[in-house]
Ligand binder design. Structure first.
Ligand code: PEP
Ligand code: MG
Length: 326
């Protein structure tokens, strides 16, 4: 009940056997960030900056962006992490003033990092704003929709240019700012061991990773039976991603809806996921659940689940094994 959940508000996210996890939140604007803090989030795992762009009549200036990012960083103070994702426009999210040509397959088209690498002016303005805000809190930067090492390297080289500009202008920023990328395209999940060498962390975007792996439009009700994150194919990709990052001593988060799913959490804990980013409403029940899980047991549970044939079978198995979930 709510009263019982309340006691988890100010507690760390930790398993019954003392393994420390992190529960952070997904937000779209500074107001959401206040709400997330009040709801017990330990930081922000995904700040969807496209909503800032969508709320403007034209491209937001560096100054407008800087103000918004700084506010969110300051809400969480100097240590709690705030992961800011660079512009993820296209797909289901339109920007009327950019007047982009209609595409037959917008989810497979000109979107997110693809657009940003093409429109370096837009991208660099945002990178400068994020870098400047990094002087005011524990900001981490994250690229969406990376599919190849080439894209990651291009993004990183534009970031290096932005840093050089700020250096020349004597504008402060956090030189140690962590830079990560989302894993939401299957190609990236498959070469995670290569990509991790040029980032500080991964965050798995299961909303898109499921869509692209299962070849099922995430908005199409008629194929929604395929949009199931507990599918063994998805779990195997997730295992690969976490393993690759940990081999290199890096951390892995998840910011897709799956991270707040109570049936998925025991498996994700077993697979070694470090950070769980979810909507504010899920935070306390996720933390309460984690407090009842034993990590070694969840590792065994995950191993079993990954050899099962369907999401249905996996869900039933978890709900029987982990009574706290059902
Ligand atoms: C995702 O794809 O899982 C994700 C978190 O990004 P978005 O939902 O904004 O596409
Ligand atoms: Mg996505």
């Amino acid at each position: 009940c709510m009263q019982e959940l309340k006691k988890f508000h100010d507690q760390p996210s930790v398993t019954a056997d003392g393994h420390l996890l992190e529960i952070v939140s997904n937000v779209g604007n500074p107001q959401d960030a206040y709400a997330a803090k009040r709801s017990g989030a330990e930081g922000i795992g995904l700040y969807r900056t496209e909503f800032l762009y969508m709320g403007c009549e034209s491209l937001p200036s560096e100054e407008v962006q800087f103000d918004a990012y700084k506010v969110v960083a300051e809400i969480f103070g100097s240590t709690a992490p705030v992961v800011i994702r660079t512009l993820d426009i296209g797909g289901d999210k339109e920007l009327p003033y950019m007047d982009l040509p209609k595409e037959a397959n917008p989810f497979l088209g000109y979107r997110a990092i693809r657009l940003c690498l093409d429109r370096k002016d837009i991208f660099k303005t945002q990178l400068r704003a994020i870098l400047r805000a990094s002087a005011f809190g524990n900001i981490k930067l994250m690229y969406p929709m990376i599919a190849t090492m080439q894209e990651l390297r291009e993004a990183n080289s534009i970031l290096a240019e932005a840093k050089q500009e700020l250096d020349k202008e004597n504008i402060p920023y956090n030189r140690e700012m962590e830079v990560g990328m989302m894993i939401e395209v299957p190609s990236a999940a498959l070469i995670a061991d290569i990509l991790i060498q040029e980032v500080d962390f991964f965050s798995i975007g299961t909303n898109d990773l499921v869509q692209y792996t299962m070849a099922a439009d995430r908005m199409n009700e008629r194929v929604s039976y395929l949009s199931e994150p507990l599918n063994p194919a998805i779990l195997r990709l997730i295992r690969n991603v976490i393993h690759a990052a940990h081999q290199h001593g890096k951390w892995v988060g998840m910011c897709g809806e799956m991270a707040g799913n109570l049936t998925a959490i025991p498996i994700l804990v077993g697979l070694g996921l470090d950070e769980f980013s979810m909507s504010t409403g899920s935070i306390l029940s996720a933390r309460a659940l984690m407090s009842k899980l034993n990590r070694a047991e969840m590792q065994a549970l995950a191993e079993e689940a990954l050899n099962m044939t369907s999401a249905e079978e996996i869900k039933q198995y978890v709900n029987n094994k982990v009574p706290a979930v059902a």
